[in-house]
Write a protein that binds this ligand. Structure first.
Ligand code: GTP
Ligand code: MG
Length: 452
């Protein structure tokens, strides 16, 4: 179904999901891709641009909880806006029980009316309704036989008269014949290539038949041209609904659906193949989720509520206590220290020096009060610095240097948490164990230059 649109969107989502970080530039690139994919599927340019602007605005303006990657927000917002563009609401077929519901099908030539009548008959019959089909297409040779055969296939009663040229007479006859049914589906002729004639004839027929609902069948292959048709139709009748067909093969189906949805007319079903069972109720949420390759539309509502990987990601605050915890956990582990040295190419410095550094920093951290560990702001106070330096057998300069390095490291940790979606503990371990990519490593080298 809508192969190129689906592939384009799925590729884009894989890209969003895998993006190591998202800033405004990356977001703009993503939105360029999105716009291109939509326009290629024949979505109207204005609609595509509006969607782009809305996604950007919402992403830039939304505050998201600490620890939830921006990637999730971008996916969620794009999903939401696509759903809106696809119509947002779903409209179940309203069949009133205890009466005969007359549904009249109209549409341009070849749009899929006759096929859809049979599909809907099958759909309703499976759900327990008593259905009958009527052929009121007195124009096309073969229309009668086509529908009769389909009715046999679906095994529902059928009425038609190949010799009668007046569709109103046929339907009157059919209504006398089918007294005890729930739904009567009336197929009409689709001989006009332009909307005006179609709608004029539809109104005349509707006046005589008094249908409960008129269903316009639109060929998905006409793409965004569906807009004019759906709009004129919606204006011509208050009891109209829409079925868009041929969404299986078409490269322009996305354009047809979005255009029809943009008129505000209710799209009730979609045709997704030539077979009798290839008709589905149209639910924009489900439809978009499927385009995006996600089986469960609930996925998107969970995206922003997801419990982050660890609690500390949620709490998010990175304090000196985290650094202390890490130093304590590696104290004396030579393997970590030598790996650390190796990957940073710090040969000239030497393992002994690193060990010594870690030991001194540990002493500084241990000389801090609980309050200070949680709130480095307090350490702007000279007396506190003096106390810590004395307590750890170091100097005020060293304490300041540690604080300065910690500030830089905090940025790196935050960047890692966001880009790799990991907890701060894991980010710290990555930093010290050298599990970083090139740009992350460059950051860390800069940081360590300050240390040496
Ligand atoms: N692939 C695909 N083909 C469809 C779908 N719906 C209809 N068709 C095909 O479209 C062609 C025209 O379908 P019809 O149902 O005869 O169209 P119609 O509107 O009744 O045509 P007229 O009566 O001539 O106006 C047929 O070959 C159908 O098999 C669909 O959802 N997918
Ligand atoms: Mg037909």
């Amino acid at each position: 179904m809508l192969k190129s649109l689906r592939q384009g969107l799925q590729k884009l989502f894989a890209k969003i999901r895998g993006a190591p970080y998202i800033d405004e530039k990356v977001l703009d690139e993503i939105l360029d891709d999105l716009t291109r994919v939509l326009i290629e599927a024949d979505v109207n340019i204005d609609l595509a641009m509006q969607l782009r602007d809305r996604v950007k605005k919402r992403v830039m303006e939304t505050e998201i909880p600490e620890g939830i990657p921006l990637n999730n927000l971008v996916m969620r917002v794009i999903y939401d806006e696509l759903v809106k563009m696809m119509g947002e609401k779903s409209y179940p077929l309203s069949i009133k029980l205890g009466k005969r519901n007359i549904l009249m099908f109209v549409g341009l030539q070849g749009s899929g009316k006759t096929t859809t009548v049979a599909k809907l008959a099958y759909y309703l019959k499976k759900r327990g309704y008593r259905v009958a089909i009527v052929c009121a297409d007195t124009y096309r040779v073969g229309a009668y036989d086509q529908l009769r055969q389909l009715a046999e296939k679906v095994n529902v009663p059928f009425y038609g008269d190949p010799r009668e040229k007046n569709p109103v007479k046929i339907v009157k006859k059919a209504l006398e014949t089918f007294k005890r049914v729930d739904v009567i589906l009336i197929d009409t002729a689709g001989r006009h290539k332009e909307e005006k004639g179609l709608l004029k004839e539809m109104k005349e027929l509707a006046k005589a038949l008094k249908p409960d609902e008129i269903i316009l069948v639109i060929d998905g292959m006409i793409g965004q041209r569906a807009y004019e048709q759906a709009k004129a139709f919606a204006e011509a009748t208050p009891i109209g609904s829409i079925i868009v067909t041929k969404l299986d093969g078409s490269a322009r189906g996305g354009g047809a659906l979005t255009a029809a949805a943009a008129t505000g007319a209710p799209i009730k079903f979609i045709g997704v193949g030539e077979k009798i069972e290839d008709l589905e109720p149209y639910v924009p949420q489900r439809f978009v989720a499927r385009l995006l390759g996600i089986p469960d539309p609930e996925f998107f509502s969970r995206l922003l509520k997801e419990i982050p990987i660890s609690k500390s990601v949620a709490s998010g605050k990175i304090t000196l206590r985290d650094l202390l915890g890490y130093y304590e956990s590696i104290a004396g582990k030579r393997s970590i220290i030598s790996r650390f040295k190796e990957f940073l190419r710090l040969d000239s410095i030497g393992e002994k020096f690193i060990e010594d550094q870690i030991r001194r920093q540990l002493a500084i951290l241990k000389s801090m009060t609980e309050e200070e560990l949680d709130n480095p702001e307090l350490l702007k106070n000279h007396e506190r610095l003096e106390r810590i330096a004395r307590g750890s057998g170091t100097s005020i300069i060293e304490v300041r240097r540690l604080l300065h390095q910690f500030e830089k490291m905090r940025k790196l940790i935050r960047a890692l948490m966001r880009s790799r979606r990991i907890s701060k503990e894991a980010a710290l371990a990555k930093i010290f164990q050298g599990d970083l990519d090139k740009s992350e490593l460059a950051e860390l080298r800069k940081y360590l230059k300050g240390a040496a």
